[in-house]
Design a protein around this ligand. Sequence first.
Ligand SMILES: NC(=O)c1ccc[n+]([C@@H]2O[C@H](COP(=O)([O-])OP(=O)(O)OC[C@H]3O[C@@H](n4cnc5c(N)ncnc54)[C@H](OP(=O)(O)O)[C@@H]3O)[C@@H](O)[C@H]2O)c1
Length: 265
Amino acid sequence: MSEPANLPSSLRLDDRVAVVIGGTGILCSRMAGVLAEAGARTVIIGRDQVKAGAVLDRLRAGGRNVTFESCDAVSRTQLRSLVGRILASRGSIDILVNGAGLNSSTPFLDISDEEMERMVAVNQFATMRSCQEFGKYFVERAQSSGVGASIINIGSASGLNPLSRVFTYSMSKAAVHNLTKSLAREWGPFGIRCNVLVPGFFPAEQNRAILTPERIDQILRHTPMGRFGDPDELTGATLLLASDAGRFITGTELVVDGGFSVVSV
Ligand SMILES: NC(=O)c1ccc[n+]([C@@H]2O[C@H](COP(=O)([O-])OP(=O)(O)OC[C@H]3O[C@@H](n4cnc5c(N)ncnc54)[C@H](OP(=O)(O)O)[C@@H]3O)[C@@H](O)[C@H]2O)c1
């Protein structure tokens, strides 16, 4: 990754505050890292303090400004309190990444109500509630001072075309894509940009159980670049969407998948 001094000024995020929900995880911790590297004061959000500690140790190397706040993103009360705490301690919020996520591959007829509700709660409702709770601040600020913001929701290749075996996940991610486009339309006039970052396949915690040898073979044969993604390969797209370099980009699905989603036969 480039040293901050080498970044073009349109990609710099100095004086901005970035909040990365799911920032204790594999993909979003890398995204948080690049936002901090570009100069943003970055707050990672999750529930697991131990995981957070390890991520902070890694991300703070080189003097990056990264902190952690605990929050269950499914809870509106906790999200509201989170927004208040961040504003009180950091003064503003400019970039929001919604990346809390859960996956499972239960056969369709066996999916229980409990599983359905848990997955939709994390993938879909947490994203929607977060957009509301942070969005209230973003809209008020835009109306009073004309300052915009960037929201990056984490979608999935399964939010474009439903993947086999991951029914609830695909459904909930498709909802995230749809919501993001609605918010781009709604908040474009305020300069609040909303985009979906769409990762293809990146081995991580939430898909470890799903990536069986047979599944891996299927995925790689379907991927023109013939390999999984590396989490660092999301950092360019993250910076583009977060920074002024992407200031006219809203409502887009930015796909980072080695070509997986364009293969139909
Ligand atoms: N890996 C892939 O191939 C892939 C592909 C497409 C999309 N995605 C999406 O990318 C995002 C990141 O996934 P990942 O692969 O990096 O998985 P991961 O390592 O499991 O990270 C997911 C993070 O979400 C957080 N989280 C889960 N429920 C939460 C809740 N209720 N409140 C707050 N945080 C919560 C977890 O933090 P705590 O444990 O600290 O709560 C965890 O660190 C997800 O939205 C996933 O669906 C991943």
